[in-house]
Design a protein around this ligand. Sequence first.
Ligand SMILES: C[S@@+](CC[C@H](N)C(=O)[O-])C[C@H]1O[C@@H](n2cnc3c(N)ncnc32)[C@H](O)[C@@H]1O
Length: 253
Amino acid sequence: MPSFRSINLALSAGLHWRLPKQFTYPLALAYEQTIMELGASLDSGLMLDVGAGLSTVANKSLGLNGAIGVIGMDIAEDALHTNTDLDYRLVADACKTWPLADASLDMIVSRSVIEHLADTGTFARECRRVLKPGGFGVHLMPGRNAPFAILNRLLPGSISRRLLDWIFPEKKELLGFPAYYQNCTFPEIVRLFGDAGLTVERVYCRYYQSTYYAAFFPAYLAFVAYDLVVWKLGIKRLSSQLMIVISRDSSAN
Ligand SMILES: C[S@@+](CC[C@H](N)C(=O)[O-])C[C@H]1O[C@@H](n2cnc3c(N)ncnc32)[C@H](O)[C@@H]1O
């Protein structure tokens, strides 16, 4: 007999496939594609994945030129050593000075990490410092004003952890880190990197966050309605996920 959870998931999936594709398009896919596109312009060099964790989507299997070395940096040594996508591993706090030389990297990426940083100002300034002139960065993060992010901040850590485990059992290892969402809104993230001396090339906003509630169809339905309204009105500061592409001016010193 189907479980309560599987019935709700099936109902939510039925609605999901009827929603506009531009609305549901996963930014995680756009993140991988952008890294591939930008990486294709490099003949060689070094890419840093900040908060690489257990795996680096931006690894060579994505088609990055084999001559590009991939460095994974993370505060958690264990996760880094499990990550087999890396050429080099660096245990370091992204909120402190990075153990990397000035202008030494061609590309810096991060996925689901900025929201966990207590000092995003240092992070952005370190991005600027270690990027070579002409280098670029791609960063994917959730939006601070998304309903799930608000809930995450309101609920005690142990409860949000248990909820996340129930909603996304397959992502157990990836979720539940303390989250601050500092500068994780459209205007703030643009200002953060701009103030650090980097050029903001593009910012993508996604509004569809209802999947968090797919295991309980009534909640999913209500949030689909909310997400569609915010999307249609284009209220960027309420977007649930952001991807920013930045570069360091090629004439910078
Ligand atoms: C949600 S996981 C994302 C992992 C990976 N980027 C991915 O997309 O699968 C967040 C990662 O950020 C790391 N992290 C959190 N705070 C950090 C900090 N201050 N400095 C470096 N890494 C940090 C965590 O250890 C964890 O591996």
